[in-house]
Design a protein around this ligand. Structure first.
Ligand SMILES: *[C@@H]1O[C@H](CO)[C@@H](O)[C@H](O)[C@H]1NC(C)=O
Length: 507
């Protein structure tokens, strides 16, 4: 058995970084407030010319502006690297191998972290393999400075890609610390480190993805923006892993009903039910069990089931109408406007309804097609999610404290909104019915956006792999060709600093 200890450094080396150089408009600047860090989210648009039809059909391009990313800074001096913001996995890692990404040119447009020029870089000399719903990565564990939202973690553990498949950029995982059998894998994830560094008071953040065209989405670690939602936040317990379909510890809550509001204002809803679903910002679509997938597809006027893609397609004019898909969580209904739920697939007027069929034995997921319309506070310490209808009526950030009422009860958004219409119970989600309208000779979907990485499986730590320093690139202290990086912090500094939070990897 081999183990090494990793820590979140606990000496309060608070450092305030200058506003992110990569951001151009003032409203997009990372801002550090009293007890919170706000970091803008960027939707990454894909370039149509990069799309290769034959590959796109089979794989997962992030080519529809549907990938929510943030630009973090790594190393000393800081280098800006774009990563997918993913509530469906735990780890932060960068540097995918673009040659084996689904679209190498797409992957290559994102900067890679050049660890050889960082003076604070440490190679932790172990590698790790993660398999996602789509794609996989083997990365080397390293530690270095990470700056996010204007706050810096001097030595954060993360991965540097050695080998990866089907993944176009690095990933910042924000899923809950692992409970249960895999608990030993918690080495101090980014959110843990923000608390250990006293940049925020408890392990909580809010996520406001917003619609694809918006540049105002943000993640706020340790804070809530009351100017970004309507009404009271609904407090929902995170499900215990034992209550979830595969026993995974993710941001699972119960979905209690689905409905649709039609452009004429009439609304249909299902009988109440209880279905565990998890919120996955790294997932492009929502994926729901067959009966609900079919019910939602059928509820969109004119939608046709496309057997090739196993998705519902519809004339894009429908997406412009004033309908919504409605999802109930306890007493709260989140309405996703059709324009956010149904999106243009291939520039020929054909649109995709943003729900896919969950595979047998899979996990129900609410991805970006849902999260665009929801304001969600993820409170890991209290194992609660707080959810409200997203809106935008200014900026009014309150910080999240600690303890059971860290997210104050009854917190109400500043925005006004109309209340949901009273729905007729007429949506059947108990019987699987064949789709009434199936694409036969009509326009076929040629460019369905991919699903995003999907949930991460259990990682495996390995001694395989290892970073190789390019022969002509001097290291931080002038050493060359794979010499251990005896950085300014020094080997063993991690262990020395790890007074409070130590965890071991066990092989
Ligand atoms: C990763 O994916 C590639 C390509 O699909 C596959 O060949 C390889 O075996 C996978 N590796 C792991 C560890 O799952």
């Amino acid at each position: 058995m081999r183990s090494f200890a990793l820590s979140a450094a606990v000496v309060p080396l608070l450092s305030l970084s200058p506003a992110l150089a990569a951001s151009t408009s003032t409203k997009n600047l990372a801002t550090r407030g009293n007890g919170y860090l706000r970091h803008p989210i960027r939707t990454v648009p894909g370039s149509p010319k990069l799309r290769r039809r034959q590959e796109v059909e089979a794989t997962a391009p992030h080519n529809r502006g549907a990938t929510y990313t943030i630009d973090i800074e790594l190393g000393t001096p800081p280098q800006t690297v774009t990563v997918i913001l993913d509530t469906g996995s735990n780890d932060l890692w960068v540097n995918p191998v673009c040659q084996t990404a689904n679209i190498p040119e797409y992957c290559a447009q994102f900067a890679q972290f050049d660890w050889t020029v960082s003076s604070t870089f440490q190679d932790l000399e172990q590698a790790h393999i993660i398999t996602y719903g789509k794609g996989n990565v083997t990365y080397q564990w390293v530690a270095d400075a990470v700056t996010i939202g204007g706050g810096t973690i001097p030595q954060q553990v993360f991965g540097v890609g050695l080998e990866s498949y089907d993944i176009p950029m690095g990933i910042l995982g924000l899923s809950p610390s692992i409970q249960g059998p895999n608990a030993g894998d918690n080495y101090g994830f980014l959110l843990d480190s923000l608390v250990a560094e006293r940049l925020i008071e408890s392990r909580a953040f809010s996520l406001d993805l917003r619609e694809i065209e918006s540049s105002e989405g943000a993640v706020i670690f340790g804070g809530i923006d009351k100017g970004k939602f309507i009404g009271e936040l609904e407090r929902l317990p995170m499900l215990d892993p034992s209550e979830t379909p595969v026993g995974a510890d993710r941001y699972y809550i119960y979905l209690n009903g689905v409905g649709v509001t039609l452009p004429d204002g009439s609304a249909l809803a299902s009988e109440p039910f209880e279905l565990p679903v998890f919120l996955d910002s790294g997932g492009t679509y929502s994926r729901l069990p067959t009966v609900i997938f079919l019910a939602i597809g059928e509820a969109v006027p004119g939608a046709q089931y496309d057997p090739d893609s196993n998705l519902f397609v519809v004339d894009c004019d429908i997406a412009k109408e004033a309908g919504s898909m409605d999802f109930a969580f306890n007493n709260k209904v989140i309405s996703v406007p059709w324009k956010d739920f149904i999106w243009d697939a291939d520039n020929n007027g054909l649109c995709i309804v943003g729900v896919a069929e969950m595979e047998q034995g899979g996990e129900p997921v609410f991805g970006d097609t849902f999260l665009r319309a929801a304001y969600v506070v993820y409170d890991q310490d209290n194992r609660e999610l707080h959810i409200a209808q997203a809106a935008n009526c200014g900026t009014n950030i309150v910080s999240i404290g600690s303890g059971t009422d860290a997210v104050p009860s009854g917190l109400t958004g500043d925005c006004e909104g109309s209340s949901a219409p009273t729905a007729t119970v007429a949506l059947d989600v108990t019987n699987t019915q064949a789709p009434t309208n199936v694409v036969t000779n009509g326009p076929k979907l040629t460019n369905a956006p991919g699903f995003g990485p999907g949930p991460a499986g259990k990682g495996i730590t390995t001694t395989l792999g290892g970073l190789t320093r390019p022969t002509d690139a001097p290291g931080p202290n002038g050493q060359k060709n794979g010499a251990p990086a005896a950085s300014a912090v020094g080997n063993g500094a991690l262990v020395a600093l790890g007074v409070l939070q130590l965890a071991a990897f066990v092989l």
